[in-house]
Design a protein around this ligand. Structure first.
Ligand code: ZN
Length: 203
């Protein structure tokens, strides 16, 4: 499986990092060794002094596909979960300033904790999907899919022009505003609507 991620998909987050709002999706990938499941803890890697959380909805690909049109894209995912796109902000800033790829800042071991998945059909999505993150019990991020620049379907259309989507591939769909640093002993908890989906203890 592969993990595909979208950068700057919420306007307020693009602004908080002083980035331009993109006209097409910004895509990067994480290796499968970055995945954490089953609420296992996250260990801050020695390579960074400024690891940030970014809470993101994650969709799971359920059908093999390539060159998928947006109008058919909903057939390619039926489950949703939530994940944290851990980012070594200090490394990312250095790489960005040199125009270099972000892999080292985004793909290190443990950089992708992901919850269990639930059926999208079981969520009422008429008013978008609310999701959020608490740190040590305090709300730090809150998003709604209606504020995405590129919808799930548009993302699938764009990504599948480049990558064949395979069953089990995960797509991180971008973070809302409120990203910030983690420290040892922090407890992160991620929610879809009012349901706690993911707990991530920082060690
Ligand atoms: Zn992200």
């Amino acid at each position: 499986m592969k993990i595909i991620c979208v950068g700057r998909n919420y306007v307020e987050h693009a602004k908080e990092l002083k980035n331009e709002v993109p006209t097409e999706p910004i895509i990067f990938t994480k290796p499968d060794s970055s995945l954490i499941t089953k609420n296992n803890p996250f260990f801050i890697p020695a390579i960074s002094k400024d690891v940030h959380y970014e809470v993101e909805l994650v969709i799971k690909v359920c059908t093999l596909g390539k060159n998928i049109q947006a109008k058919y894209a909903h057939k390619y995912y039926e489950e949703i979960g939530i994940g944290i796109d851990f980012t070594a902000r200090d490394i990312q800033s250095k790489l960005k300033s040199k125009g270099l790829p972000w892999d080292l800042a985004k793909g290190f071991d443990g950089a992708a904790p992901v919850s269990d998945f639930i059926l999208l059909a079981d969520l009422g999505t008429k008013n978008g999907i609310n999701f959020g993150l608490t740190k040590n019990g305090e709300k730090v991020q809150q998003g709604n899919t209606q504020n995405m620049i590129f919808s799930f379907d548009k993302l699938i259309e764009f990504i599948s022009k480049y990558f064949t989507l395979k069953i089990g591939d995960l797509i991180f769909t971008g973070t809302p505003a409120g990203v910030g640093p983690v420290a040892i002993a922090d407890k992160l908890e991620a929610f879809i609507e009012d349901k706690k989906m993911l707990t991530c203890d920082v060690r």
